[in-house]
Write a new protein. Structure first.
Lengths: 265, 655
């Protein structure tokens, strides 16, 4: 495998945030949840690198700790979407027929509506918690990933190794999961990383709208929602959370690009 | 170069081409020296991976990324192409050199009409535009013997048959009146009858245009029919060169000898002889070898060959890169010639054996764009135990569809199939395990037929070779090294991959193996080994084959009986000897004559299967059409005695 600078950069950014998510409470220089009403909205300084927010909480510490929820919710949601989507793609792509036609039309109909609206409606119906956010995003992603996988499965199913498996009497399950799946896995992995980046953006948007991660979490999207009205005078209460979100998405996308070139070789 | 008058059309002077793969340089061409005089036709022959196409691309400075000419010079019309500016290079490619590739469908832009694509050539080369350019295009099409150029000019490439497309590509290439025309396997993607026509066309045009020709092919016979001189390329090195006639009649390099002998010849049967093969494998691409590059596979190699690389020796008007060119001609045959006594005897199967598989009135129609395509049209055949039934036909004849119907990968529109008298369900999914076991298939392209994510052990093991013992026995019976078992398909050569596919087919002890063009993706020397293997396995196990091929010599070698298909119709069926000795169907006659330069040739392309002619399917191309009856009435299959039947209105005794 060739070394890819893109992949290394992406993985490095990801690693920083994963460490922050796991050990954030120990790494944060100050208590991220402690109010300090004497020092509200203080600009960045030696004591508070990223300044303080409306309640005088240390923004730097909150940014570090804020990585936690999003890095729990988005990988799980992506994993759910990828696993379910891959199964859907295998089944529709290999079995074809009426089932495939129905699912494909349903997916096209769903794609006509912005996904955020679909997710908002679903979350409004079932109530918001980390678990429901994971389930809703996973299910919203499933058909998208399913479609991509289906295209590749269609091409694979035409290859004679599948015919040979049919001729020795292998059933559809064996053929889908033992014969075809390993050959579409590289694509699934790349698709997963792309979707992961999108999930981060998605969850941040939901949190901003109040339907994602809930207070008292130090989540970035939540922090932006709480503070964005102050951005004119106190840029630091919003800017560092924005940059954190952006850098995480960037890290994931670089990883996705890097993986793609490595697989293409 | 003796005559100082005109510089050669193309000259390679000690050319090395290297490709950078990872961190290493691989030498694909090694010191290639060759000269093509103006107007001369030069054939370059060699097996896949020997560097033929690399030489072609190097000649027009169009090497793939990572490739470069690392030593030597290439001159076109006396001009060193390495030093050309982008502008001069463009001029060279638009005025002096033209190239024709293997697959015409990929050389033409699918979304532009033929006339427009051709007109572009005249815009670049002569500055013509609009109507005059289109008129020139039509003229060129007429010169490549396209009957109605006006229609072709308004057509899109997909509306033309493969043979017509290749004619268009040749017309485009010739439209610049090039000093040098490079043909890279120009007929490999075409049917035999069409190939014969294209080869005739190339011969005729060559004299008309006085262009020099570099004809690249894996097929020595094709080169023999078109070229004056031939060079034999092996592992990037020119091993022999000389007048075509001399090289083919009296080869003076062991590799050429092997290449010539491994092609199945008319008249050679599995019952009388094994095919000769070239043992071993060519060195991996770019490997550096001390001594002669062919040593490992050479039957007459000595210590000297391993130590020192032979120079190109002048043998009087011809060259050979061998220490012992005189011995090369006398290399003993490794197997029997017809009626000889050496070699492994093969058991004669066929007559008197019991009926195994029976297909009755099989038909398959597809609906394509509102038209019905009769891919297989009312075909009935029987297969007996231990017998090989060869199925012959051009592309579109329905032979592959027939194979897929029988194994159940496609369900027939009508008709029945039974094994051992027991009717089979239409599709694989509905057939019983023991029925599936009896019927296996070997596919055309082993690369696609083997799962690339599995090891060879797993591929064969999953098909019924449960124990490691069985697995190794099977691997050995197809001459596969034990070490290959833990490899993945892409680590093996095409021939080795096909052996794996054969081992897989035999793993469940089938009674019938359907072979769908199993050697057409392989080199001649590899093909011979695979055919020998199939014949051996049949002799050992008494298995029956349904052997599909477009190559009559291959079918003749292996088959006990032959069925000939045309446009989904069975036009003739009978014992191999009967078909080859005649009487036979005019279409079979045409197939036989396609390989023979002295016989009459079929004109035109097969009609579209969606739009078959009325009456006899073959009447539009038949050289022996007798009149209205052929257009009005479909002939019956008429028994010619001894299990031989012909579908023709002409009385059998006159065929």
């Amino acid at each position: 495998m060739k070394r890819s600078p893109t992949l290394i950069a992406g993985l490095a950014i990801l690693a920083i945030w994963v460490i922050a998510a796991i050990a954030g409470r120990h790494l944060a220089p100050q208590d991220p949840y402690a109010d300090d009403l004497l020092h509200t909205l203080a600009p960045p300084s030696a004591a508070h690198w990223f300044g303080t927010d409306q309640l005088g909480r240390d923004v730097f510490s909150r940014v570090i700790v804020g990585a936690r929820d999003i890095l729990i919710v988005t990988p799980l949601a992506t994993l759910l979407g990828v696993v379910a989507g891959t199964m859907l793609g295998l089944i529709t792509g290999y079995l074809r027929g009426a089932f495939d036609a129905t699912i494909s039309r349903a997916i096209e109909a769903m794609q006509a509506v912005p996904l955020v609206i679909v997710a908002l409606l679903a979350l409004a119906a079932v109530g918001t918690s980390n678990l429901t956010v994971i389930l809703v995003i996973g299910l919203v992603f499933m058909p998208l990933i399913g479609r991509t996988v289906r295209t590749v499965v269609l091409a694979e199913a035409d290859l004679d190794y599948v015919a040979a498996a049919q001729l020795r009497g292998d059933g559809p399950l064996k053929i889908m999961f033992i014969e075809i799946l390993p050959n579409v896995l590289p694509l699934v992995l790349v698709e997963a990383t792309v979707r992961f980046g999108y999930a981060i953006f998605f969850v941040a948007s939901l949190s901003f709208l109040g339907f994602g991660i809930q207070p008292p979490s130090a989540d970035w999207g939540l922090a932006i929602a709480e503070n964005y009205s102050l951005i004119g005078s106190y840029w630091w209460v919003v800017m560092f959370d924005v940059l954190a979100t952006a850098s995480l998405v960037l890290g994931v996308n670089l990883t996705a690009d890097g993986l793609q070139t490595v697989f293409e070789r | 170069m003796t005559a100082a008058a005109a510089p050669p059309a193309l000259a390679f002077e000690g050319v090395d081409v290297t490709y950078r793969v990872g961190d290493t340089d691989r030498r694909i061409l090694r010191g290639l020296d060759l000269t093509i005089a103006p107007g001369e036709a030069y054939g370059l022959v060699g097996e896949s991976g020997c560097g033929k196409s690399t030489a072609a691309f190097a000649a027009v400075r169009y090497l793939a990324r990572g490739g470069r000419v690392s030593r030597g010079r290439i001159l076109i019309d006396g001009q060193d192409i390495a030093g050309l500016s982008p502008r001069a290079l463009r001029h060279l490619r638009s005025h002096k050199v033209a190239m024709v590739y293997q697959d015409p469908a990929r050389a033409l832009n699918p979304s532009i009409r033929i006339g427009r694509q051709m007109a572009e050539m005249f815009e670049v080369s002569e500055g013509l535009t609009g109507k005059p350019a289109l008129d020139r295009a039509a003229q060129m099409l007429a010169r490549v013997q396209i009957a109605n150029p006006e229609r072709v000019i308004t057509a899109y490439p997909h509306e033309l048959s493969g043979g017509m497309q290749q004619r268009v590509v040749i017309a485009m290439a010739l439209s610049i009146s090039p000093a040098l025309l490079i043909l890279d396997e120009p007929t490999t993607a075409l049917d035999a009858t069409v190939e014969a026509e294209i080869v005739e066309l190339i011969k005729a045009l060559r004299h008309e245009f006085a262009t020099a020709l570099l004809f690249i092919s894996h097929n020595l016979n094709l080169i023999a029919r078109t070229c004056e001189r031939v060079g034999v390329l092996y592992a990037g090195e020119l091993v022999e060169e000389g007048p075509t006639e001399a090289i083919i009649q009296h080869p003076r390099h062991p590799y050429t000898v092997g290449l010539l002998r491994s092609a199945p010849k008319a008249g050679v049967r599995k019952t009388t002889a094994r095919l000769e093969t070239i043992p071993g494998f060519p060195p991996p691409a770019g490997a550096e070898v001390t001594g002669c590059i062919f040593t490992d596979r050479c039957p007459i190699a000595t210590d000297r060959c391993r130590r020192e690389a032979p120079p190109m020796a002048d043998l009087g008007g011809r060259l050979s890169r061998c220490h012992y060119p005189d011995e090369a001609a006398d290399i003993p045959h490794t197997t029997t010639r017809p009626n000889g006594e050496k070699g492994k005897p093969t058991r004669r199967q066929g007559k008197g054996s019991t009926l195994l598989l029976s297909a009755a009135n099989l038909s398959k129609t597809f609906l394509i764009g509102g038209k019905t395509l009769h891919a297989v049209n009312d075909i009935s055949l029987d297969l007996h135990t231990g017998e090989t039934l060869g199925i012959v036909g051009e592309s579109g004849s329905g032979k592959s569809t027939l194979a897929r119907l029988i194994v159940g990968l496609t369900s027939p529109s009508s008709g029945t199939i039974s094994i051992d008298g027991e009717p089979l369900a239409a599709t694989v999914r509905r057939r019983l395990a023991r029925q599936l076991n009896k019927l296996q298939m070997v596919f055309q392209n082993p690369g696609a037929a083997l799962n690339r994510s599995q090891t060879i052990r797993r591929i064969i093991g999953r098909s019924g070779a449960a124990s490691e013992d069985r697995l190794q026995t099977l691997a050995r019976s197809v001459r596969l090294a034990d070490s290959s078992l833990s490899q993945k398909p892409r680590q093996l050569s095409g021939g080795m991959q096909q052996r794996v596919a054969i081992a897989r087919a035999f793993a469940g002890e089938p009674q019938i193996v359907i072979c769908d063009e199993p050697t057409s993706a392989l080199d001649v020397s590899v093909q011979a080994a695979i055919l020998n293997l199939l014949a051996d396995l049949q002799a050992e196990r008494g298995v029956s084959y349904l052997f599909i091929s477009h190559d009559l010599n291959v079918v003749h070698y292996l088959a006990d009986r032959i069925a000939v298909l045309y446009l989904g119709r069975l036009v003739e069926i009978g014992p191999t000897e009967a078909i080859f000795s005649g009487p036979r169907h005019p279409y079979t006659e045409a197939l036989l004559s396609a390989a023979d330069p002295d016989r009459a040739r079929l004109k035109g392309d097969p009609p579209s299967p969606t739009d078959p002619p009325p009456g006899c399917a073959f009447q539009t191309r038949c050289p022996r059409k007798i009149g209205r009856i052929c257009e009005d009435q479909e002939p019956e299959l008429i028994d010619a005695g001894g299990g031989h039947a012909i579908r023709c209105h002409i009385p059998t005794q006159d065929l």
